[in-house]
Design a protein around this ligand. Structure first.
Ligand SMILES: [Zn+2]
Length: 61
């Protein structure tokens, strides 16, 4: 499971946990998020988020 970080407020979207507002079910991958999804804290659009590689190391692109 990957994590994506908001460049503006450092909100972390974790695919394992999903997210709030609008509710994202746990296990929802980044690709499954709607294109108009945005940061629940600051409203930053999905496209500006950056892949966060720090926690579990390997990614399978
Ligand atoms: Zn944000």
């Amino acid at each position: 499971m990957a994590k994506y970080i908001c460049p503006t407020c450092d909100y972390l979207y974790d695919e394992y946990y999903g997210g709030p507002a609008p509710k994202i079910e746990p296990g929802t991958t980044w690709e499954q998020l709607p294109e108009d999804w945005h940061c629940p804290h600051c409203g930053e659009p999905k496209k500006y988020f950056e892949l966060c590689r720090r926690a579990d190391g390997k990614q399978d692109d």
